[in-house]
Design a protein around this ligand. Sequence first.
Ligand SMILES: Nc1cc(-c2ccc3cc[nH]c3c2)n[nH]1
Length: 245
Amino acid sequence: MMRLDIISIFPEYFAPLDVSLIGKARERGTLDVRLHQLRDWAHDVHKTVDDTPYGGGPGMVMKPEVWGEAIDAVTEGGTPRMIVPTPSGRPFDQELAQELAGEPWLLFACGRYEGIDSRVMQEYATRMRVDEVSIGDYVLAGGEVAVLVMVEAIGRLLPGVLGNAQSAVDDSFAPGSMRNLVEGPVYTKPPVWRGHEVPAVLLSGHHGNVARWRRDEAIRRTVRNRPELAAALDPATLDKHDRKL
Ligand SMILES: Nc1cc(-c2ccc3cc[nH]c3c2)n[nH]1
């Protein structure tokens, strides 16, 4: 059972975690997701969680005291791995998703405004692993959506969450044979749809040919859409004699 704690001033952002895969994992007892309203630890009448930035500049910064009380309360008696979404963090990728899926307890700290006072991350790094993580090179208004992205990517890797565990093996970017590769196209019935036929090899029943065709398509799509990933592929993969790329 993995435990996920999420601290935010907008816990309602996480209603989607009650549906689909994550919802079922929670029902099944695979995942224990606990949401916390940061303002519960703000004691002034207005439940203030932000203040003006030292050094000036636009916007507001989230106060360290409130975060300190919240994280102490949520983590009392244990040491989770703390993840703080931020545009300036370590890139979140399938490898990090796999790593985090192996953790027994994660604590997500969702910032808003211009972010969280940096001393909060400094303070908790003295007693737990703290990673500042970016889900991409674009700027969101807060960490909540980033946490939804990470929880979905991590949750689907947990045993029993995905209907078919094989799917995770064939994922784009998955370690092993799909490393640095994106997936190729997928098809289902009907065999012809508005004049578009399914590639014949997929109807052939020849599993070896199907596997080769899928790999070729994955490589072709990686070269076209993600040249920087293709550059990291083993050259042998790219110029296999029987591969018409
Ligand atoms: N990858 C990425 C993360 C974020 C992010 C994360 C937290 C906060 C808090 C205030 N603005 C934020 C933005 N934007 N883009």
